[in-house]
Ligand binder design. Structure first.
Ligand code: ADE
Length: 233
């Protein structure tokens, strides 16, 4: 089984690649795809790009050109729910485009090709991701959550996150890629999981600090046990 790994930031990808044997890199459409083996699983890891257009194209390439059979998006997110703390981890049950609005033609947030607002992530793969996140968080103060992740083409500052909380009260976290990955995977019939560590509450300095200090450690620490579990399936 071949697993595709998407990471928006180089700090995250580099940490994941540290565990790869025989990393072979290939430049396609401006993206460097790394093929190798990790935890005895064939994997293809790539920087997704930031924002929904970039990640949609990268996801399509992973599926169509590299034949991946499962996709995991790893990265950071801003906290929407007030219950989440920095360093907590969210495994998405579903993802929603918070900036998609084709009303009155379609209901707000509805993805017309799928006829849903909340695009579900794969239950089985997300269960493996949850166990991997719990293994990583074990012994630390970090908590692991399951729930709705929302995505849009903006980095949201605190006032915008407050508005989003009013609009989508069950959203746990906000980022810029998840809904696009979930949509492309659902359209193609490829199981996907989305795992996000909380880096900020809209503060750009908190985001930058988490990225430098923690994002790589989280990405590697979650992807390694997840690939191990995929290898056992
Ligand atoms: N990714 C991490 N933090 C974010 C934020 N505040 N808004 C959008 N994407 C993010």
């Amino acid at each position: 089984m071949r697993v595709g790994i998407l990471a928006p930031m180089p700090q995250e990808l580099d940490a994941v690649l540290a565990d790869f044997d025989a990393d072979r890199a290939e430049l396609v459409a401006g993206r460097l795809f790394h093929r190798g083996e990790a935890e005895s699983v064939e994997a293809v890891a790539v920087i997704s790009g930031i924002g929904k257009t970039s990640v949609a194209a990268t996801t399509t390439l992973l599926i169509e050109r590299y034949g991946v059979e499962r996709i995991v998006l790893i990265g950071v997110a801003g906290a929407v729910s007030r219950e989440l703390a920095l360093g907590d981890i969210v495994v998405a049950t579903a993802a929603l485009h918070h900036d998609l609005d084709a009303s009155p033609v379609f209901p707000r947030y509805c993805v017309p090709s799928l006829g849903v607002e909340r695009v579900p992530c794969d239950t089985a793969l997300s269960a493996l991701a949850l166990a991997a996140a719990q293994e990583f968080a074990d012994g630390s103060s970090a908590r692991v959550w399951r729930g709705l992740v929302v995505s849009g083409d903006r980095f949201l500052e605190p006032a915008e996150i407050a508005e989003l909380r009013e609009r989508l009260p069950d959203a746990l976290a906000v980022e810029m890629e998840g809904a696009a990955v979930a949509q492309v995977c659902a359209e193609a019939g490829v199981p996907c999981a989305i795992v996000r560590s909380i880096s900020d509450d809209g503060s750009i300095s908190a985001f930058a600090r988490f990225l430098e200090r923690d994002a790589g450690r989280h990405a590697e620490g979650i992807i390694a046990p997840l690939l191990r579990a995929c290898g056992r399936k």
